[in-house]
Design a protein. Structure first.
Length: 138
């Protein structure tokens, strides 16, 4: 499974989590029963990491969003922003530009064009505020 597929699978599980009040294990089981979403260790790490840091991630998103309140951001956009910022903060082997590019790429599949522009804008503003870091090869 590619890293992109892992991100997309994590996105789908996180979207489902936003609609249900289930524990991650129940979501993984449901995803595997459907048979369309493979749950690997990387997918689990992304899902559980994003869920455990959701409040911190939302605070970052709110400070860079023109909407200023995560409650006003469509759920799909919010989840993609959370995944990208989580990776930027916690997965140093993922280059910043890859985290942004992947979020934008997945948004092009699941959102409207203006949502993709919004996601790109928020992530662009956030990443411009970061200190430069050594980028590992992806």
């Amino acid at each position: 499974m590619t890293k992109r597929q892992c991100r997309e699978n994590a996105f789908l599980i996180l979207f489902e989590a936003s609609l249900r009040d289930d524990e991650p294990e129940a979501l993984y089981k449901a995803a595997e029963e459907v048979g369309e979403i493979e749950v690997t260790d990387r997918v689990r790490a992304l899902v559980e990491g994003v869920l455990s840091q959701a409040e911190e991630l939302d605070a970052i998103i709110a400070s860079y969003s023109p909407k200023r309140a995560v409650s006003r951001i469509p759920r799909v956009n919010l989840i993609l922003l959370r995944i990208a910022i989580y990776e930027i903060l916690n997965v140093p082997e993922t280059p910043v530009n890859v985290a942004v590019s992947e979020a934008v790429g997945i948004s092009q599949i699941y959102t409207y064009q203006e949502d993709t522009a919004f996601i790109n804008g928020v992530l662009g503003a956030y990443t411009r505020s970061l200190p430069k870091r050594e980028e590992a090869a992806q």
